[in-house]
Unconditional design. Structure first.
Length: 314
């Protein structure tokens, strides 16, 4: 038997999906939680302390999701501008709730040092269905390119376009989960008509730096802070994490822009993608959220210490 025949229940091995396969995949995606209850209602509680702005809608077959961003008040020229994003992959829960908790607990005092823009849930349809992809079976975190095929990515790109060249840092909050290996990578292989090649899931927190703009001191500042909250992922027997060489403790590199990754969208000097491991026997959901918050705090602390004085014209 073809060894790829049973790795995913949709499609024919070796053949990319067509319309029928996409329709079947959509039929399997069931709403499991509420973006309005979990995200928009929390943002509403922050309106008295922050500016909240709509930056578009995600619309799929009669469903409409308003996209909202939180902005620190009293933006000032000369302060570093920092973008924080969560929920680019909707199933990565701690990124969404970590971004919201960071705003609630820390963004107000830090707003005296940096100009903050926080988009806590970039992909709300996927958040509700606890999935990596959007309605069109596209990965928003491979779609930050112009023109973008993903509504979620296009909306965020349009939001920050007026601030081109003015961001000093961007922290994109993600998770690596066991379902990456059991569901999402097999689904990707099936969708694209390729064989599925099993991999491994690292046990612990790690960061992805930009191959084309590495900032090792920035990454290590974050690692040092987060390791007080949760454990850092070790390299595998080949010295890799998710197939990429570990360049420093808990750090690998990807080419952000060429892959269409969210962390490359601003062109900021300091960029990183966090990866929490919520399925670890040694971590709790609370630790994962706290690790995301600590990562953002440490990143901003590094930026403030560096004092780039990036121009700000918002």
């Amino acid at each position: 038997m073809n060894p790829t025949a049973a790795f995913y229940p949709i499609g024919i091995p070796g053949q990319a999906w067509g319309v029928a396969e996409l329709v079947e995949w959509r039929s399997r995606q069931v709403k499991q939680r509420s973006y309005a209850d979990d995200v928009l209602s929390v943002i509403d509680t922050l309106r008295s302390r922050f500016d909240v702005m709509a930056y578009g809608k995600v619309q799929y077959e009669g469903e409409s999701y308003p996209l909202q961003v939180i902005r620190s008040r009293n933006w000032q020229p000369g302060r570093p501008c920092v973008l924080v994003t969560g929920g680019v992959h909707g199933y990565e829960t701690s990124g969404v709730h970590g971004a919201l908790r960071f705003v609630d607990q820390w963004a107000e005092p830090l707003g005296d040092d940096v100009n903050l823009l926080v988009a806590p849930c970039v992909s709300p349809w996927a958040y509700e269905r606890i999935h990596r992809w959007n309605f069109d079976a596209m990965d928003p975190n491979r779609s930050f390119r112009d023109p973008s095929p993903a509504q979620e990515s296009a909306a965020l790109m349009q939001l920050i376009a007026p601030l081109a060249g003015r961001f000093t840092a961007h922290i994109d909050l993600h998770e690596t989960t066991d379902t990456d290996e059991s569901e999402y990578r097999p689904a990707l292989a099936a969708r694209d008509g390729k064989p599925f090649e099993p991999g491994t899931i690292p046990d612990g927190f790690y960061l992805v730096d930009d191959t084309e703009n590495p900032q090792p001191a920035f990454q290590q500042t974050i690692i040092a802070a987060v390791q007080r909250i949760t454990h850092i992922a070790p390299a595998d027997s080949d010295g890799h994490i998710i197939g990429s060489p570990m360049v420093a403790p808990g750090v690998i590199c990807y080419p952000f822009k060429s892959l269409g990754l969210c962390a490359g969208v601003t062109g900021a000097r300091y960029t990183t993608t966090t990866e929490v491991y919520p399925d670890s026997a040694n971590a709790t959901p609370e630790q994962c959220i706290s690790a995301q918050v600590e990562a953002v705090r440490a990143a901003i602390g590094h930026v403030v210490a560096a004092r780039d004085n990036t121009p700000d014209m918002l």
